[in-house]
Design a protein around this ligand. Structure first.
Ligand SMILES: NC(=O)C1=CN([C@@H]2O[C@H](COP(=O)(O)OP(=O)(O)OC[C@H]3O[C@@H](n4cnc5c(N)ncnc54)[C@H](O)[C@@H]3O)[C@@H](O)[C@H]2O)C=CC1
Ligand SMILES: O=C(O)C(=O)Cc1ccc(O)cc1
Length: 294
């Protein structure tokens, strides 16, 4: 049997992502001990009942005592305060990481609290579901999916390599990006699609009257897919939009222009404009399938 990568991993927050990391790390035998801490006693009790980790409590700092690797798995708006709370307990040489869907604002919030001698390697596993909480975690979540590392320029390269090896051992493919580039890319590929889903389901619900019941009764195809995305966690997504404000507003402006273009084409019966765009987008989907990414 090979040696575990770490003696002790501590997870701060144990919902879908924290729970999945715990289960995948145990599957891979990556740590001798995995502990967690979360704000609410009820969540900790669920994590303990499900045996996601060796122990889950509510004292964030106590969980980090002696840990080699600490991963903050809270909504992005809570990352800074959580890091401030655990900072006094971090041992020298420890790696602190996070899994937030937004990177630059999380770096800005966490980095000032990272003590000297502790390494900070921010990450984003681009894998998830619409479900949240400790019951939602599963060991296979990261298998074959991408995890993006966005280490600040002065980060110890050995710590970055260790985090890369850890995510590969969890089943993920790994790449590295500048944090701001990450935020611009995710604004279009993940954040805008969620905003559209939240909007369309709300609009359908607002139709009112007898149409409302019909919309839900015949929810099929495209609309049903949107309702899945629109069931995603409200706290998590509120924090994502507030923390990736600029990039989201920029792509939203572009999107609105493109939507007006289609609106005009429909109004004036310009079928060739619609046909050309739909042909181009179908090719994009087929290329993704070819690359095994869809
Ligand atoms: N849900 C998804 O599909 C994905 C989420 N992410 C990111 O991962 C992070 C966690 O997301 P999920 O696991 O889905 O959320 P979740 O809601 O399932 O779990 C969040 C956990 O953090 C705890 N928590 C909340 N506020 C806290 C605080 N102030 N102090 C300590 N613990 C606190 C909660 O009790 C819960 O255990 C978020 O930053 C999100 O952006 C990244 C990739 C995919
Ligand atoms: O459920 C889905 O379709 C998702 O898009 C999950 C997801 C949500 C947030 C992320 O930062 C990454 C992945």
């Amino acid at each position: 049997m090979t040696e575990p990568m770490f003696d002790k991993i501590a997870l701060i927050g144990i919902g879908l992502i924290g729970g999945s990391i715990a289960l995948a790390a145990r599957r891979g035998g990556l740590a001798r001990q995995i502990v967690a801490a979360t704000r609410r006693a009820e969540t900790a009790a669920t994590a303990n009942r499900l045996k996601l980790v060796d122990h889950c409590g509510t004292d964030l700092a106590a969980a980090c005592e002696g840990a080699d690797m600490v991963i903050v798995c809270t909504p992005v708006g809570a990352c800074g305060a959580a890091t401030r709370e655990i900072a006094p307990a971090l041992k020298k040489g420890c790696i602190v990481s996070d899994v937030g869907s937004v990177k630059q604002s999380v770096i800005d919030a966490m980095q000032p609290h990272i003590p000297a001698g502790v390494h900070f390697v921010p990450t984003h596993p681009v894998a998830g579901t619409e479900n949240s909480g400790p019951e939602a975690g599963f060991a296979e979540l990261f298998d074959g999916r991408w995890t993006i590392l966005t280490p600040p320029a002065d980060t110890d390269p050995k710590a970055v390599d260790t985090v890369e090896a850890f995510w590969k051992a969890l089943g993920s493919q790994v790449d590295r990006l500048d944090a701001k580039d990450h935020d611009r890319i995710l604004a279009i590929t993940s954040h805008l699609p969620h905003l559209i889903a939240y909007t369309i389901v709300g609009t359908a619900d607002d139709l009112g009257g007898h149409l409302n019941a019909e919309v839900l009764r015949f929810a099929a195809g495209g609309f049903r897919d949107f309702t899945r995305i629109a069931a995603s966690d409200p706290t998590m997504w509120r924090d994502i939009f507030l923390n990736n404000r600029e990039a989201v507003l920029e792509v939203l402006a572009r999107f609105q222009e493109d939507l007006f273009y289609l609106q005009r084409a429909i109004r004036w019966g310009e079928g060739d404009k619609l046909f050309d765009l739909f042909t181009r987008t179908r090719e994009i989907r087929r290329a993704l399938i070819h690359l095994n990414q869809a």
